[in-house]
Design a protein. Structure first.
Length: 396
């Protein structure tokens, strides 16, 4: 049994996304090792409740690194504020981790959540073998679809790209050199990092656990769009796609909220599909999973998705997925080859929308049965993480 220091800025149950990945990584590590977890104070509170009477509770030690931060605000100001605060947290995690190592003597260190090639990794300061990732951050929007971001989205994307490149030049090279094992979310990030000898692809989204598939009969004709309503998630492209969906009674149900909502509403009115679009807002995760399990298809036209938790959950439940052959979702489709899915090569907006619509109509015309049990990905997330620890320890 090794002593593992795990940096999980986001780590909590029943919230999906990065916190769910943090939780699954902690549980994976604790299957075989004793784990100390650096996370935000609010996450510590949630984890303690989740671990009460858990069989691995005694192997997991939660360490709060101040401060806890409020939810991420949208827009450029929110982007800058979030990354400044995250960087400050990583600096404190470095100090905390070095201090803990003097007392505990770790065998392996792992930076898991919010691991982007261009962002600081605080625990890299601990002089022990480092597992870095799964790392993301290198997927760019297809250039032919940049117009689907809208004016505000283009400005945000330009800012994001310039910040990422600038900070990445100062940060990623050091971590790439010091990490013993690097896990990357997708081929784009693998190419950007370039450390082939110690890099392998592992999407953090395959860590998802949907539990039991919600019971259901036949599929609906709902086209589910799941995600925050921000420009890069492709909400406008989803609306454009509805212009060409020919299946009678098909409804695009949008699960999520955000500043892009009004732009999406206007697009649906401008293109004459407002009566075929329904905004469902944000649902609790278990309620959302029920809707996904019975949907006719999940449409995920994100322009630069690194992983895609919603895509992984959909594939695990056997619901058809239609997405772009681009970034993280395409990698997830390869993980669940037994689940129904179609990937569309990005082209100009109208051609892409027509291809997405044709794929949707195909699934709605011949819907697969609702799955009775969840489907596993090709790779096991837990096993890959534990193998990474063994590889890193061997370099120490």
């Amino acid at each position: 049994m090794m002593k593992v220091l795990l940096s999980a800025y986001a780590c909590a149950p029943e919230t999906g996304s990065e916190p769910e990945v943090g939780l699954r990584t902690v549980l994976a590590a604790a299957r075989r090792h004793e784990v100390w977890v650096l996370t935000q104070p609010v996450m510590v509170d949630a984890m303690r409740l989740a671990l009460v009477h858990h069989p691995l509770e005694d192997r997991i030690h939660l360490e709060a690194v101040q401060p806890s931060f409020p939810p991420h605000r949208p827009g450029l100001r929110g982007f800058a504020e979030f990354h400044w605060r995250h960087d400050q947290w990583q600096r404190r995690a470095a100090v905390h981790g070095v201090s803990l190592d003097r007392r505990i003597g770790f065998d392996v260190v792992h930076h898991v959540t919010l691991a982007a090639y261009w962002m600081r990794s605080g625990v890299a300061a601990v002089n022990k073998p480092l597992v870095w990732g799964p790392v993301g951050g290198a997927v760019e929007p297809p250039w032919r679809l940049l117009g689907e971001l809208g004016g505000r989205g283009l400005l945000e994307e330009a800012t994001r790209t310039s910040v990422r490149w600038t900070v990445g030049l100062l940060t990623s090279t050091r971590v790439t050199d010091t990490a013993s094992v690097i896990l990357v979310q997708n081929p784009a990030t693998a190419r950007r990092i370039g450390a082939r000898a110690k890099t392998s692809i592992l999407s953090n989204a395959i860590a998802v656990d949907v539990g039991e598939v919600p019971p259901g009969g036949s599929r609906t004709r709902d086209i589910a769009f799941v995600g925050r309503l921000v420009p890069w998630k492709g909400g406008r492209l989803a609306i454009r796609t509805m212009r060409y969906v020919s299946t009678p009674g098909a409804i695009l149900r949008i699960y999520g909220d955000g500043d892009e909502r009004q732009s999406i509403v206007k697009a649906s009115q401008r293109w004459g599909v407002a009566d075929r679009v329904s905004f469902e807002g944000q649902l609790p995760r278990q309620q959302l999973l029920i809707q996904i399990a019975q949907a006719g298809v999940v449409l995920h036209p994100a322009l630069h998705e690194e992983g895609g938790i919603a895509v992984a959950e959909t594939l695990a439940m056997g619901t058809p997925v239609v997405c772009l052959e681009h970034g993280g979702p395409a990698e997830l489709v390869r993980q669940w080859q037994q689940s129904p899915s179609i990937t569309v090569t990005p082209a100009w907006p109208d051609a892409t929308a027509r291809a997405l619509a044709a794929a949707i109509d195909r699934f709605l015309a011949q819907p697969p049965p609702v799955s009775a049990s969840p489907r596993a990905p090709r790779d096991c997330f837990e096993d890959r993480i534990l193998d990474a620890y063994e590889q890193a320890a061997a370099t120490g």
